[in-house]
Design a protein around this ligand. Structure first.
Ligand SMILES: Cc1cc2nc3c(=O)[nH]c(=O)nc-3n(C[C@H](O)[C@H](O)[C@H](O)COP(=O)(O)OP(=O)(O)OC[C@H]3O[C@@H](n4cnc5c(N)ncnc54)[C@H](O)[C@@H]3O)c2cc1C
Ligand code: SF4
Ligand code: SF4
Length: 412
């Protein structure tokens, strides 16, 4: 089922206003609402306050006595999970869209706000309001790029929807939570996915062009937790490429926008439930964060197969190596290329001895924190004080990366 731009269909993509110019911005949609000035209070890139927002949403900020909350934000429990049967077209097994489908089936919500694919470009996200359970199939799968999800909050309200579910990435969810009280929905369910290394849909097509002679036939791409990128092709072909063999150093320096190199919430800490894969060792990985998250999981009943998440390997070495490479890139030097034969050996070794399960997820969160500090220090040092929360500094401290004068509210 594809979307329609006129109201009334089960998958509706209302037209949206133009975006206001903003400096660091992923066009979450707030600047296209009736009051674009709301960006000042709602934006993750301006002056985020995670402890206050976590307390507002979950009743408490991350707890130092639960060390994994430093990495992943407040959560009740974490599980490895998969949906059985897995849904066709889903990015993994389809938990994110099935949760929303269940909310529509049970009448708990009137509509779901999420992304469908542009009919002319499978990789381009288009924000839609879905009102029928069958319509959720149109949202399955990952697109690369930004689209103004939150610009549809006002059309949703105008259409009479009072109970809403939103599936979003962290920068969208931060702004959604900041505006939640004034939006006045009777009920709001927030299903979050982790997000990292997003880029514009146009740039993503460049990347696909480096991976295949026929990029238009690539139908699926995922960076898996076993250090491989999986590609699927129209016609059923599949290819797995070790991370170390990816043509990352052939990408232009501005391939990843500064927003996505410096955003500070990898795991969507303000969602009711985060549906990802990083800590799942080949399965999906759920972080159930509050009562509403538990309510969502309960909707899936026996369709959800769960297990305790595992953890193995040591992250310190890979994170240190990443820091050295990122420091070079942030200083304008080309990424260090590993000789071809070494890339083969490392590509074989990493899934076997590298960090796995929760340790892999911790490593990725630390790497992202390293990027935030190094890239902001180079490109936007004056923003560091307001943009970098204390938990990011705590994540990079074991790697001797510490705030310099003026980089935190305390040292200015
Ligand atoms: C750019 C990007 C980077 C990601 N990086 C990671 C990562 O590093 N680690 C990790 O664990 N997970 C990551 N994810 C999430 C992961 O790809 C899966 O979406 C998630 O595990 C849920 O799988 P699923 O089968 O349950 O999803 P499905 O049931 O297939 O549903 C996917 C949902 O994601 C929405 N969506 C797709 N593309 C976008 C987009 N561009 N913007 C906003 N929403 C979108 C869809 O509308 C749909 O609602 C990323 C997602 C995106 C969009
Ligand atoms: S990301 Fe959203 S809140 Fe931030 S400046 Fe852009 S439109 Fe505004
Ligand atoms: S990487 Fe961060 S800033 Fe970029 S799209 Fe994802 S959540 Fe938003």
């Amino acid at each position: 089922m594809t979307w329609r731009s006129d109201p009334g269909g089960p998958v509706w993509a209302p037209p949206v206003a133009s975006a206001a110019h903003r400096d660091l911005c992923t066009d979450c949609g707030v600047s296209r609402t009736a009051d674009p000035k709301r960006c000042a209070a709602a934006c993750q890139f301006i002056k985020p306050d995670y402890p206050a927002m976590e307390t507002k949403v979950h009743g408490r900020a991350r707890d130092p006595a639960r060390p994994d909350e430093l990495f992943f934000g407040p959560f009740r429990r974490m599980v490895r999970a998969r949906l059985a049967p897995a849904r066709d077209g889903a990015q993994w097994t389809g938990i994110a869209t099935r949760l929303a489908e269940k909310l529509l089936e049970s009448g708990a919500v009137d509509a779901v706000l999420t992304m469908a694919a542009d009919p002319d470009d499978r990789w381009r996200p288009v924000p839609v309001l879905i009102t029928e359970p069958d319509g959720m199939a149109a949202a399955r799968g990952m697109r690369m790029g930004y689209a103004p999800l939150l610009a549809l909050l006002e059309p949703a309200r105008a259409a009479g929807h009072k109970r809403l579910a939103v599936i979003g990435i962290p920068c969208q969810v931060y702004a959604l939570r900041a505006l939640e009280a004034e939006l006045g929905f009777e009920r709001l369910y927030v299903i979050g996915t982790p997000c990292s290394d997003n880029t514009s849909t146009e740039s993503f097509h460049t990347f696909l062009g480096l991976l295949s002679d026929r990029p238009e036939t690539i139908t699926y791409l995922e960076f898996r937790a076993d250090y491989h990128v999986e590609l699927r092709f129209a016609g059923g072909g599949k290819r797995e490429i070790p991370f170390l063999k990816l043509p990352i150093s052939d990408l232009p320096g501005d391939f990843f926008p500064l927003t996505c190199r410096t955003c500070v919430d990898y795991t969507n800490v303000l969602a009711d439930i985060t549906v990802g894969y990083m800590g799942g060792e080949g399965d999906q990985w759920l972080l159930v964060r509050n009562d509403r998250g538990e309510e969502l999981v309960a909707l899936l009943g026996g369709e959800l197969k769960t297990a305790a998440p595992g953890s193995a390997g040591k992250r310190a070495g890979p994170v240190k190596g990443f820091l050295i490479n990122t420091a070079r890139a942030a200083g304008g030097l080309p990424l260090r290329r590993m000789p071809g034969f070494m890339r083969g050996i490392m590509g074989w070794m990493m899934p076997r001895v590298g960090p796995r399960g929760l340790e892999f997820a911790r490593a990725r969160v630390e790497m992202k924190a390293v990027e935030t500090v190094l890239h902001l220090r180079r490109a936007e040092p004056r923003r560091m004080k307001s943009m970098i929360p204390a938990h990011v500094w705590a994540l990079v401290a074991p790697y001797d990366l510490r705030p310099e004068d003026g980089e935190t509210r305390e040292t200015s």
